[in-house]
Design a protein around this ligand. Structure first.
Ligand code: CA
Length: 421
């Protein structure tokens, strides 16, 4: 018989529909009454870490951990590495556990989530976006090269590009439809608002200690550099992209905005949901030795929801456009980190890596609207409207959850953006 999962004295954390049970404890940065602090999500509340340190509740930990918890961004905490993250997590779990004898005295350390404004969790020095889903790469390739969708390098080298860190925004921020150069016909290119605005369903990886310049991270220790995961929407202007991307890849089609979810789920919280990485199909090459490891995938269900302005006005709920799973990536997070540093490039605490659009093999698992163009039927919304790309007033929400029998569900909170003209 297995023991019942531990619960928290914060009642809302024990609600099975909550994203934030005791087993999750994601970190976020929030602002309230003009003050910025690091907190941990528990149910519909936030445990404020600076206050915990101030009251001596983290005194059993090395001083550098309490100091990092009192910062206004998470970069110092991210730099400390897995042993420190585990020690802090054990302490916070004990503080919030239903068996905690001093629970009543700790209630003043809680702040209702509804009273705060979430901020970017870290000063993000660099942001890199990969292309790790073979299902996404194949569908996009089919639109361009129906007979030869996947280019020959794909199964050898994790493809990526350097994204723009300055335009990363936190969930809830409005996304202004970007303008740019497009070439809609054989005539000369024009400049104007994109007519092909898309989302991309992705997961972000916040980097921990990282590496010094010239010292690659071996695959065996790559996961020691993952502080935690968030949801990420790589907004994309497809018409700008198709005109500007030859031969160097995405530039202004992507750099206008990237939305992330504000709560960073520790890799350790996802340990119960690790699964074997999918076997490569028969006939695919084995990864080169520097990318070979028994690293595991993460069984995380991902969803995209769309709500148009008229749906919102009518009080209609958002429509789920697709469902996919992080476990279906061709390249694991560990492989992405090792490949990124394999030439000696340094990753720093707070850097952000993204997986690329996460799609599955089946219809209904497309991680962006571009892939859905392979289906000749446009998307029909419950309001009677149709969509090929996003319209002004559309709200796109990404969600994620990990489930396993005998454990409470762990969620990521929302990663939402609202398109304005
Ligand atoms: Ca992307």
């Amino acid at each position: 018989m297995t023991a019942a999962p531990r619960t928290s004295w914060v009642d809302s954390a024990n609600d099975p529909t909550s994203d934030f049970p005791l087993q999750n404890l994601p970190y976020g940065v929030f602002r309230r009454d003009g003050t910025t602090r690091i907190g941990v999500a528990i149910g519909d509340q936030i445990l404020e870490l600076h206050a915990c340190a101030h009251r001596g509740l983290l005194a059993g930990l090395p001083g550098e951990i309490a100091a990092a918890c009192s910062a206004v961004r998470m970069n110092p905490l991210m730099s400390l590495g897995p042993a420190s993250w585990s020690a802090l997590r054990r302490e916070l779990t004990s503080l919030l556990d239903a068996d905690q004898p001093n629970a009543q005295a700790y209630e003043t350390l809680l702040i209702p989530m509804r009273d705060v404004e979430m901020q970017l969790p870290a000063a993000i020095g660099d942001y890199t976006d990969f292309y790790a889903s073979i299902h996404h790469a194949t569908r996009v390739g089919k639109l361009l090269r129906p007979d030869n969708p996947l280019l020959p390098n794909y199964k050898y080298v994790p493809i990526g590009y350097h994204g723009r860190a300055s335009s990363i925004v936190v969930s809830g921020a409005e996304i202004t439809r970007p303008s740019g150069q497009t070439k809609p016909t054989a005539a000369d290119p024009i400049f104007g608002p994109t007519r092909a605005l898309d989302y991309e369903l992705e997961v972000g990886l916040f980097i921990g200690p990282g590496n010094s310049l010239g010292h690659p991270i071996p695959i065996a220790s790559a996961e020691e550099h993952i502080f935690g995961l968030c949801l990420l929407n790589d907004w994309s202007a497809r018409d700008l992209q198709s005109w500007e991307s030859q031969p160097l890849g995405p530039f202004l089609a992507k750099s206008f905005a990237t939305t992330i979810s504000p709560w960073i789920v520790p890799l350790e919280a996802l340990a119960p949901y690790r699964v074997a990485a999918p076997m490569r199909p028969e006939g695919d090459p084995a990864p080169l030795p520097y990318l070979t490891a028994t690293s595991q995938a993460i069984d995380l269900t991902l969803e995209v929801y769309l709500q148009s302005r008229s749906m919102r006005d009518a009080g209609a709920p958002a429509m789920r456009l697709s469902t996919s799973n992080l476990r279906d990536l061709y390249w694991t997070p560990a492989q992405l980190i090792t490949h990124h540093t394999s030439n000696g490039c340094n990753l720093r605490p707070g850097d952000l890596l993204a997986t690329g659009t996460i799609s599955g093999p089946a219809e209904g698992s497309e991680g962006c609207l571009l892939e859905k163009k392979l289906n000749p039927e446009p998307i029909r919304l419950p309001s009677g409207e149709q969509r090929v790309f996003l319209e002004d007033g559309d709200q796109v929400a990404l969600r994620a959850f990990a489930r396993r029998p005998g454990l409470p569900q762990i969620g990521f909170g929302e990663c939402t953006g609202f398109v304005v003209g």
